[in-house]
Design a protein around this ligand. Structure first.
Ligand code: HPA
Ligand code: ZN
Length: 340
């Protein structure tokens, strides 16, 4: 397929984004603008020099820069602007449903109120629902390099806002911070009615995916690349129709894989795994949803049926109601029918 034709097809697909860290959508231009209005001096003297620093050998090198960038976010308006910019961007890419992560501890540890963070994000999500027709869910992520006790504190802070929070996740430095470290706080989170997800098997081993399933009792695995190392685990994912939220550009940029041609998503689809594609931290990894679909499709030679499956899987793996899923999936079907 011609690259222009492939891009046009991808643009037209109605899509769901299920793995997106809102702090990772912080574009350098907005970061500089916000730093100026908040009187914060960045370590970089220009947008270009900041962008030059976006070269990572592993997850930790990225996280160090990502947490530094987030320090510019101070006021409710900042969280609103960050979220609104992301939502208008993905609206232009025909993303119609989002389930986004935020990292409360990145902000509360700097003395920013939990309410400041969530009010700004929530207002942008509401506005996007009204004005752009984007539906949404919100997921609060615990930082796994911090203690379980600190995650408990975050859970406690979230309770007044629990009607606005659909689930909890687990992100940050994976190696040495296995899911088992957070068993108690995940149990307590479930008791509050939160759905559970966790990053597992991005840099960490297949064992971490087992732990996320067996100990944390998650309903979705974020990344999960390493599952193909373990046949019994693949069978388990199939038996439970467990979704994996894959992030191909992220995987290349963080050297989880050496090049896109090695991405496991095509193998996963072939096995029947509920694999989905998302952008993770688009401002840092060189692309939003369409670019992730495009680069993956190009490198792996995905055909229209595989693209359609990925789009359907995105809605299938979402937390929309069954009626809403049926509605979106029938639109994906109709779109691909219209291409013939
Ligand atoms: N992995 C772990 N933690 C993260 C990521 C990621 O890809 N992005 C933001 N926090
Ligand atoms: Zn992630």
């Amino acid at each position: 397929m011609e690259s222009s034709q492939l891009k046009e097809i991808i643009q037209g697909i109605p899509k769901a984004e299920l793995h997106l860290h809102i702090e990772g959508s912080f574009e350098p231009e907005l970061m500089f603008e916000m730093a100026k209005r908040n009187n914060i001096t960045l370590d970089y003297d220009s947008i270009e020099s900041l962008k030059k620093a976006y070269k990572f050998n592993n997850l930790q090198e990225f996280l160090d820069i990502y947490y530094t960038g987030a320090q510019v976010l101070i006021h409710e308006q900042d969280f609103f602007d960050l979220t609104w910019e992301y939502l208008t961007k993905v609206h232009s890419q025909n993303v119609v449903h989002v389930e986004i992560f935020f990292d409360p501890q990145t902000h509360t540890d700097r003395g920013i109120g939990f309410d400041v963070v969530i009010n700004g994000i929530r207002k942008a999500l509401e506005k996007a629902k009204q004005e752009l027709g984007i539906s949404f869910k919100l997921i609060m992520s615990y930082l796994r390099h911090l203690s379980e006790e600190k995650a408990f504190k975050t859970l406690e802070q979230s309770i007044p806002f629990k009607d606005w929070i659909d689930g909890v996740g687990l992100d940050s430095s994976e190696m040495g911070n296995p899911p088992s470290k957070f068993v108690n706080v995940f149990k307590a989170s479930a008791e509050q009615g939160y759905k559970l997800v966790a990053h597992a098997g991005e840099e960490g081993p297949a064992d971490y995916i087992w732990e996320a399933l067996d100990l944390l009792k998650v309903v979705r695995i974020d990344h999960g690349n390493r599952c193909l190392d373990d046949e019994a685990l693949v069978q388990r994912l199939l038996d439970e129709n467990m979704a994996l939220t894959l992030c191909p550009l992220s995987n290349v940029e963080l050297k989880v894989i050496q090049k896109m041609e090695e991405h496991p998503v095509a193998k996963m689809l072939k096995k029947g795994i509920l694999a989905t594609i998302h952008s993770d931290d688009p401002a840092y990894f060189g692309g939003y949803m369409n670019e992730n679909y495009y680069e993956t499709a190009k490198a792996l030679n995905l055909n229209k049926d595989q693209l359609k499956q990925l789009a359907i899987n995105g809605f299938e793996a979402s937390w929309l109601s069954s009626e809403e899923k049926v509605k979106h999936i029938s639109r994906v079907d109709a779109y691909f029918d219209s291409l013939h």
